[in-house]
Write a protein that binds this ligand. Structure first.
Ligand SMILES: [Fe+2]
Ligand SMILES: [Fe+2]
Length: 351
């Protein structure tokens, strides 16, 4: 729904699909009772770093933003707005979760309450900054409306920790790789937001390290077969979602001079490598079947979108989609069953 009464156009809803950023809620009591003693020093150090607030003056719209963006062609503009909308929703969903955690944990778990309060501050800055960028293109998200009306997915605390760890680290790699690429190829830097990504991604990296500390504070999350199955599940889910969404938005990556496929692979490789510091295992992304199967899933995803937009009868669409869903499920299951890399063994070797 778009309200057109005032400028800029305020969007009160965003598309919710399997691949769109989710809003999470969790068992706050269980998190309040979590024993974080083994990682307390790490968490206190993170609090001190966030209080130092190195990015205090970073999210400021300098004079580079004060210009007209009318010269950006329609195709690029549409792809960029879509990128901004997805990024803003994702940053904002982090804010909502962290804010709620800090509120519910206040007086019960002071260290975690403070950690989440400071992370919520960062995510509010990120979401607000992107939303202001959207207003340069005459559109903005009604974040208050989204808070009240978006569907919230319940995740157990362990799932939140696995999922948010990965989303922070993949966010870090997405921002830094795009920043480095645009530093080398400034002709594609069509809007100054990208220049902010270097310091910005340090916030995401720090958030990821905080979730690493939470994960390592819970031995059940990295010891034993159950932990391994969950870790593998979250790695594959996050990487598959990334592969599908990046290919869906190939126009945007083309506009900034990136090859969507190469960028996606690099982000996945780097995030997988980083995850070895927190997760009990990582995926064997160098297996000859890994990326080709993900590519096939992406192509089927595109095909499903075409079918959904076609004028065919609903039952026909359903049957056409069914075979594609079955094939994608088989590919994902195949990838899930591939032998993973034992990160705990690597940890022992490194020490
Ligand atoms: Fe963020
Ligand atoms: Fe973050």
């Amino acid at each position: 729904m778009v309200s057109t009464a005032s400028k800029p156009v305020v969007k009160t809803t965003t598309e919710e699909t399997l691949l769109s950023p989710r809003f999470y809620t969790t068992d706050f009591d269980a998190i309040a009772k979590m024993d974080i003693s083994s990682q307390e020093a790490e968490l206190k150090a993170a609090i001190a770093e966030m209080k130092a607030d190195y990015n205090r003056n970073h999210f400021v719209r300098d004079e580079e933003f004060e210009q007209s963006w009318d010269s950006i062609d329609e195709k690029t503009r549409r792809a960029f707005i879509d990128f901004l909308e997805r990024s803003c929703t994702s940053e904002f969903s982090g804010f909502i979760l962290f804010k709620e955690l800090s509120r519910k944990l206040k007086g019960r778990n002071p260290i975690l309450a403070e950690v989440f309060h400071l992370m919520a501050r960062d995510e509010a800055r990120h979401a607000g900054f992107i939303n202001k960028a959207m207003s340069d293109f005459n559109i903005s998200l009604d974040l208050g409306y989204l808070t009240k009306n978006r569907t919230y997915t319940f995740f157990k605390p362990e799932w939140v920790i696995y999922a948010v760890y990965l989303s922070e680290k993949i966010g870090y790699w997405r921002y830094i790789l795009m920043y480095r690429h645009l530093q080398k190829n400034p002709e594609y830097q069509f809007y100054p937001l990208f220049k902010k990504f270097e310091n910005w991604c340090q916030d995401e990296n720090r958030h990821g390290d905080i979730f690493k500390a939470l994960l390592r504070s819970q031995p059940s999350m990295w010891k034993g077969w159950k932990a391994k199955l969950w870790a593998k599940f979250f790695l594959l889910s996050v990487f598959a979602t990334h592969a599908l969404t990046v290919r869906e938005r190939a126009d945007f990556y083309e506009a900034v001079g990136l090859d969507a496929e190469e960028y996606d692979r690099e982000v996945i490789r780097k995030t997988n490598e980083t995850s070895a510091r927190a997760f009990p295992l990582t995926l064997n992304v160098e297996h000859p079947q890994f990326f080709p199967r993900l590519d096939r899933c992406s192509k089927r995803n595109e095909k499903m979108k075409e079918i959904a937009q076609s004028s065919k009868l609903k039952p026909v669409k359903f049957l056409q989609k069914l075979s594609l869903i079955a094939a994608t499920s088989f590919d994902l299951l195949y990838l899930y069953c591939l032998k993973s890399v034992d990160a705990e063994a690597l940890r022992v070797t490194v020490r």
